[in-house]
Design a binder for this molecule. Sequence first.
Ligand code: SIN
Length: 278
Amino acid sequence: MKNLERTNHVDEISIIPTGGAVGAEIRGVDLALPLDVDCVTRIKQAIWDHCVLFFRDQQIDETQQVRFTQYFGQAVPHVRKQRDRPVEEIFIVSNVKENGEEIGALGNAEISFHSDLSYLRKPGTLSFLYAVEVPRTGGATQWVNCYQAYETLSDSMKERLLGLRAVHRHYVEEQNPPKLVDHPIVRTHPETGHQSLYVGPHLTKSIVGFDEAESRTLLEELYSHIMQPQFIWTHEWQVGDLLVWDNRPTMHRREPFPQTERRVMRRTQIFGDEIPVE
Ligand code: SIN
């Protein structure tokens, strides 16, 4: 009953940019409560402006996380099924084992830069990650601003990339579609109209029409450009953080952490459309 009496107001929302390559903190919102259309419009615009948003000190259950996700599109179960999930749209990212079984996915090792679900024909757009338990050391997540990475390429490199496509593949073979998909290396954001680089070392396999050596050389060149510190912002997690990021103009990397520490995160995701050929 108590929650029904309170509500979020757009006038109480403040947006505090991190001052880094991406990111802003959103204050004045309680994600356990519903949001009206004005609040959602303001938060959406903040995503387009800052690519990654974080909300601190949120106490939300799985259903409330799915409700928040649904304001931005259709929350869909992850392609990798997890057993006995009470709320099927929630995907657990964790290194914790209970009774000898992993309660989630992705362990404690580094996960290098990638854009979520890029191995699908209709890849991820927004991802939402809520911190239930965080390690005392390690396990931060970094985002890279792929708009900036694209804009700062030389004109000759921009010209070289025109029309090129890259094949994306997940290392867990069963997660891939029967035929591996390819996407443009440079994509245009449907909301902002800006172009960004769309390749990363974790999920990009090769460039269509290039031999292996040529493909590796060009991808390595792009990765060294993308991974320059000025394009990267790091988030150190606290329990109760909810982060939402746009996978189209960013990639992210998870830092490793000791297996003796517990890290439990809940993820929800929205799949997008096929990326149009330009
Ligand atoms: C992911 O790559 O989706 C997981 C990120 C994280 O665990 O910080």
